[in-house]
Design a protein around this ligand. Structure first.
Ligand SMILES: *Cc1c(COP(=O)(O)O)cnc(C)c1O
Length: 454
């Protein structure tokens, strides 16, 4: 799609609507001089080049990619009106779009009932889920894996709850025996499972955690901020398909967080939280006259801890979902390409003399390190750091990221590596752009060349 064309249509469409209210003069205090703007704009765009090329397949580092052009058009068009999705009268149209988009997310996860809304981020969405967890089980804490997102511990602190980090297994998943041990203390009210850890993309065994949690009268919250949309590949045929069990079990969990600004093609400012029981809306009550809650009755601001929120975010997500719906044939195809890229690259790394896999990718995140002789943590750490820097600074650049793994995590995966330090940085590539699929050979060749040149 031609972005320039559609941005032109956006300004016309909104202007046509604005014109129905009659002409008015802009206040002189707001006027800017075009020549001055041209000069400032030059400087502005120049400064923006101090960035990494997140859009390009050469960029295989962090969880960063630009939004889909449809999301940009949806966002900019609505932003020209600038509705606020805090309350219905802040923007009826975008509030309705938010409800529809959130309902699609709930359907994607298999929820029959839901109460939910968009948030500014996954962090705020998780904060809301933990807040409801606290209200339902006052005095009890939160258990989450040691590899869960760092904000869970921080938000427990904010909420005055105790957080119980639980050790992970050799694939970075919540260790079930360790979880059971923590739940037996009776101190935990909700366990957080992560379907796609931020570091390695590991998927906690939701289907095995649920019966344990049920036995102990503990709720389950799913942090699917990164991995949520991969549910579209659960049980799919072909290379990209994922084991369905953990994803099917998500529908039986109490709450879910997913970030459309990660794998939903959206610009930043778009997270989402869903609760299976709409009744939890009562905890958000401020001066609402309602006593019974269903998702259809409430103003979005009445079920949210945040006040002002961009209606444009809901507009962008709604427009995107009309074109690339959260279904296996829609958005699922975008995710499948990244997943195939990760699997193909992992195979190349596995066959390489100069690189080794840290663990097989479960989603679209590849973790690997340069082989050093002799294999020591200090050697791996230094070589990874050098490749990261050399990759970005040389000709034919490649942009990677590093991930710090501690000595215990290394020991269970790679017992042959000498633990001469507390841990080591390894290399990590998030292949979240579908374009990566056709760039994997080149990425591999370049990284291998960097690993060789020492
Ligand atoms: C990214 C992420 C978060 C935090 O979300 P933000 O949108 O960055 O605030 C939480 N949990 C997981 C698993 C994530 O990947």
């Amino acid at each position: 799609m031609d972005l320039q064309h559609w941005l032109g249509r956006a300004t016309h469409a909104i202007q046509d609507w604005a014109d129905t209210f009659g002409p008015y003069e802009q206040h002189p205090a707001l006027r800017v001089d075009d020549e001055r703007l041209a000069a400032v704009f030059e400087e502005f765009t120049g400064r923006l080049t101090d960035n990494y090329p997140f859009f390009h397949p050469r960029y295989a580092g962090q969880m960063l990619k630009p939004p889909h052009p449809a999301a940009v058009v949806g966002y900019v068009t609505a932003m020209l009106i600038n509705p606020n999705n805090h309350a219905l009268d802040g923007g009826p149209a975008t509030a309705a779009m938010e409800r529809e988009a959130v309902a699609r997310l709930a359907t994607m996860f298999g929820y029959d009932t839901h109460l939910g809304h968009l948030t500014t981020s996954g962090t705020i969405a998780n904060l809301e889920a933990l807040f409801v967890a606290r209200e339902l089980h006052p005095g009890r804490g939160i258990a989450h894996s040691a590899d869960a997102h760092y904000t869970h511990g921080r938000m427990c602190h904010v909420l005055g709850m105790k957080s119980h980090p639980v050790r992970t297994d050799s694939r970075g998943r919540l260790d079930l025996d360790a979880l059971e041990e923590v739940l037996r203390t009776g101190e935990v009210g909700t366990v957080v499972v992560t379907t796609g850890t931020t570091g390695l993309g590991a998927i906690d065994a939701v289907h095995e955690v649920l019966p344990i949690a049920e036995r102990h009268g503990v709720r389950v919250h799913v942090d699917a901020a990164y991995g949520g949309f991969f549910t579209l590949l659960a049980g799919a045929e072909g290379l990209a398909g994922l084991p369905p069990e953990p994803w099917r079990a998500v529908a039986r969990c109490d709450s879910i967080v997913v970030d459309p600004h990660k794998h939903g093609l959206q610009p930043y400012g778009c997270g989402a939280v869903l609760f299976r029981d709409p009744e939890v809306g009562r905890f958000y009550l401020h001066d609402s006259p309602y006593t019974y809650f269903t998702s259809a009755e409430l103003h979005l601001g009445e079920i949210s801890l945040e006040c002002s929120r961009a209606g444009a975010s809901a507009a962008a997500l709604w427009l995107t979902f009309q074109l690339l719906p959260p279904t296996p044939d829609g958005l699922g195809q975008v995710l499948a390409a990244g997943r195939r890229a990760a699997l193909n690259w992992a195979e190349l790394i596995d066959a390489s003399e100069h690189l080794a896999l840290y663990q097989p990718p479960e989603l679209d995140i590849v973790s690997y390190f340069p082989t050093t002789g002799p294999a020591t943590l200090t050697g791996i750490d230094a070589a990874s750091a050098r490749i990261l820097t050399d990759g970005m600074t040389g000709p034919d650049p490649v942009f990677l990221s590093t991930f710090r793994a501690d000595r215990e995590a290394f020991a269970v995966r790679l017992p042959g590596v000498t633990a001469d330090a507390d841990g080591a940085r390894i290399l990590r590539s998030v292949l979240m752009k579908p374009e990566s699929e056709h760039h994997v050979e080149r990425l591999h060749a370049r990284v291998e060349q960097l690993a060789k040149s020492r």
